[in-house]
Design a protein around this ligand. Structure first.
Ligand code: HEM
Length: 526
């Protein structure tokens, strides 16, 4: 009797405190989970007699592999998992299936062999807000609308004639940066290089967009405001949003990210409205050569009578250029400067090239850039080690596809781990070393034809602005390295640590003291 009664009165805490029964309970739960996962996996992969899903770590029900994912170091974590599971690997992130692509062969499969199927970009919940519902170039699905937007940019903004015509803007902004830095140099003050490069590139991009009608002080004050907005928007985009992983819960926006994004985008939207209002009045008043991108868009937006562009489409294009073009180019330039200033041997080679082509009695012009093969190799090597978008913009497949003998179900989120591919020891000698020389006698360039080097992507959704990005980054770093020596502030040394996100950033900002090195003080005036 006594035994029976003590058994029936057993409490939860007793169970938890009694080693043997507790481990039995855990074992039973684990076995049950394993059976559920096995059946679930089997069911998924065998559905419709398709080949299996790619290999990957064992998922838990409902949450999948999420509890084991550290979103601060996804790139290295994916790389480590790939060594175990192979270059096409699946992960269950909540109710989403993610496919991680980590070799040139698999990247070719996805970006070339099955390019149309994989030509959509993933559209996260916050991305719907800052792209006006995904109607911009970056997020709209592959199709007629996307093609039209891309063509508008390619035909007006990024052509060689437009680039040549807008050189005066890049020159002016870069000169202003040099002047500011020479003023800081007078009393040996340190400069935050990322901040200064941001201002310069931001002004270039926005002046090319709508610069013809906003002038002077107003442009400067708006610049500061917009800089803060862009940085906040980029931070929100970098946070893992559980609404994307469990779409059924998205309406609750538990982390409040959509709400925050709406507040920021509203401000940016009001600004775009104002700029557009002033431009509408000017349509037709300027010659085609003089007009900026916004005037061009407003002039041609109704050309296709069957599908005229709305004002929202026009705004979404401006958003793409400002959000997609500035952060990327600034971070690429900042990484390049950080790698160079800490390596005297690299710096000397760049200096030799600069002094030979330009001399110390002149300033760098954009026309000099093709004569700097070593500097070009430095930019390539920077983007190899620190690709600005380490997973590209994650893609999404519009149809179920069979890739390398595995099924990739429709609407999977595709991470092309460019960071891992560009550090793969099977592809690169001493992959973790900064060695620009590797690009000197190589045909590798930014067009993405070789799938072991993809800093701008490859194929249909590759960067639309490679031409502009290359000029922005090279001209900036050439001018800064030619005009100044760079010293670390006392007691500090230069570091290049990466902070993972949708856009890779330096973990600590690059702060350095400029020391003028040109022969004539007049070379430090605008
Ligand atoms: C160093 C600077 C830059 C880098 C490394 C870079 C890299 C990239 C990458 C990797 C992609 C996505 C490719 C893919 O998902 O397959 C992309 C797309 C894009 N980039 Fe860039 N980019 C840079 C500068 C710029 C600039 C200056 C602009 C415009 C002013 C720009 C506009 C865009 C747009 C609109 C897309 C979307 C293209 C589409 O979806 O069709 N980028 N970029």
């Amino acid at each position: 009797m006594g035994t029976t009664s003590s058994k029936s009165n057993i409490t939860l805490s007793q169970i938890l405190n009694t080693e043997v029964p507790y481990s039995y309970v855990m074992l039973a739960v684990a076995a049950l989970l394993a059976v559920v996962c096995y059946l679930w996996n089997k069911g998924m992969s065998k559905s419709k007699n398709r080949p299996p899903l790619p290999p990957g770590p064992w998922p838990l029900p409902i949450v999948g592999n999420l509890p084991f994912i550290n979103s601060d170091v996804l790139h290295t974590q994916f790389q480590a998992l790939t060594l175990k599971h192979g270059p096409l690997m699946k992960l269950h992130l909540g109710s989403k299936l993610a496919i991680v692509v980590s070799s040139p062969d698999m990247a070719r499969e996805v970006l070339k062999t099955h390019d149309i199927t994989f030509a959509n970009h993933d559209l996260p919940e916050v991305g719907k807000i800052n792209t006006y519902g995904g109607e911009d170039i970056l997020r709209s699905p592959y199709g007629t609308h996307w093609r039209r937007l891309r063509k508008l940019c390619a035909m007006k903004l990024f052509t060689t004639p437009t680039m040549e015509a807008s050189y005066s803007i890049r020159r002016e902004e870069t000169r202003q940066t040099v002047v500011y830095m020479s003023q800081m140099a007078c009393d040996g003050s340190p400069v935050n290089l990322g901040e200064q490069i941001f201002l310069s590139i931001f002004n270039v991009v926005t002046r090319m967009m709508w610069g013809a009608t906003i002038e002077g002080d107003e442009r400067a004050s708006l610049g500061n405001e917009l800089k803060a907005l862009i940085s906040d928007i980029s931070d929100i985009e970098g946070i893992q949003n559980y609404s994307d992983l469990f779409p059924l819960l998205s309406r609750f926006d538990f982390q409040g990210l959509v709400k925050q994004m709406k507040v920021h985008v509203k401000k940016l939207d009001l600004f775009f409205e104002r700029v557009m209002e002033s431009h509408v009045k000017m349509v037709g008043k300027m010659s085609e050569e003089e007009e900026d991108f916004l005037q061009y868009l407003l002039r041609v937006k109704d050309d296709d009578k069957k599908a005229p562009l709305s004002m929202t489409h026009v705004k979404s294009l401006l958003m793409d250029m400002v959000l997609g073009g500035v952060d990327t180019s600034v971070n690429a330039s900042e990484f390049a400067m950080a790698e160079v200033v800490r390596r005297p041997e690299v710096l000397n080679k760049i200096r030799q090239e600069l002094d030979q082509v330009v001399g110390r009695e002149n300033i760098v012009e954009e026309s000099h850039l093709p004569k700097f093969p070593y500097l070009q190799a430095v930019m390539k090597e920077t983007l190899r080690l620190h690709p600005t978008l380490p997973f590209l913009v994650p893609h999404r497949n519009s149809e179920t596809a069979v890739v390398a003998g595995y099924t990739v179900p429709k609407d999977s989120k595709i991470f092309v781990n460019v960071w891992a591919i560009q550090r793969d020891p099977k592809q690169w000698d001493e992959p973790n070393e900064f060695k620009p020389e590797r690009f000197l006698d190589s045909s590798l360039d930014f067009n993405g034809a070789d799938f072991k080097y993809l800093p701008f992507g490859s194929g249909r959704r590759s960067c639309v602005a490679v031409n502009m990005a290359e000029r922005l980054v090279l001209f900036n770093i050439a001018s800064l390295l030619h005009s100044f020596d760079w010293e670390a502030p006392k007691g500090q040394k230069f570091e290049v640590e990466e902070k993972f996100g949708l856009v890779f950033k330096l973990k600590s900002p690059l702060v350095a003291i400029p020391v003028p090195r040109l022969s004539d003080p007049k070379l430090y005036t605008a």
